[in-house]
Design a protein around this ligand. Structure first.
Ligand code: HEM
Length: 179
């Protein structure tokens, strides 16, 4: 997993909960790296799960909620860092382009990136589905990114999750525009 995902996570934790909590996370987790990340490095996604679990324990916030909050925040980082992908008419067209344009371009920039696949279907003007598939089981992070994308296009959506297998590698995300 790319370092920017780690550095921005620790930045968010520092902003919301303070440096003390960042230190508690780094000291309390057995991380591959001792908590030292650079935005251009590549690290095990397991470290990310360890840190999110520790934050959940420290702050009493469920892991899925934390991943969603982080996804929404991270979208802001992505949209500013990669403006070339943002020139789209609305959130649905944008979301449809992740799998056939954005993530493939990301892979050209960073061949070591580990990305999910998203099978997109437009059901109507206000409803679409994305079938999330990834061994990293980060569909809650995807939900946050989707909400962040909707906000970017000044839209409001609700996202319902439907597990397509037992453990979260395959999840149907039903997205409805409500404003
Ligand atoms: C400007 C748009 C976007 C860019 C540049 C982008 C780029 C990236 C990058 C660099 C990673 C990290 C890969 C790694 O660590 O190895 C990532 C992961 C991920 N992206 Fe995107 N992304 C974008 C939009 C989205 C959106 C809107 C979604 C939600 C539907 C999404 C879903 C995910 C998920 C869930 C992961 C975590 C890895 C996994 O689940 O396997 N991305 N993306």
């Amino acid at each position: 997993m790319k370092g920017i995902v780690f550095t921005e996570f620790l930045e968010l934790v520092e902003d919301k909960f303070g440096l003390e909590v960042v230190n508690q996370i780094i000291d309390g987790c057995e991380l591959d790296t001792d908590g030292v990340y650079t935005s251009v490095g590549t690290y095990s996604h397991k470290d990310m799960f360890k840190m999110v679990a520790k934050l959940s324990e420290l702050q009493n916030i469920p892991v899925p909620d934390l991943l969603q909050i982080y996804g929404e925040y991270f979208f802001d980082v992505l949209s500013k860092g990669y403006p070339q992908f943002m020139d789209q008419p609305n959130s649905f067209v944008f979301l449809e382009s992740i799998d056939n344009y954005i993530h493939p371009e990301v892979l050209k920039l960073y061949p070591e990136a580990e990305l999910p696949s998203f099978d997109a279907k437009m059901n109507s003007e206000n409803e679409m589905t994305l079938l999330y598939q990834s061994s990293r089981k980060m569909s809650d992070f995807a939900v946050g990114l989707i909400k962040g994308a909707a906000g970017y296009f000044n839209e409001e959506v609700i996202v319902e999750k439907e597990l397509k297998d037992g453990d979260g590698e395959k999840v149907m995300l039903n997205i409805k525009k409500i404003g």
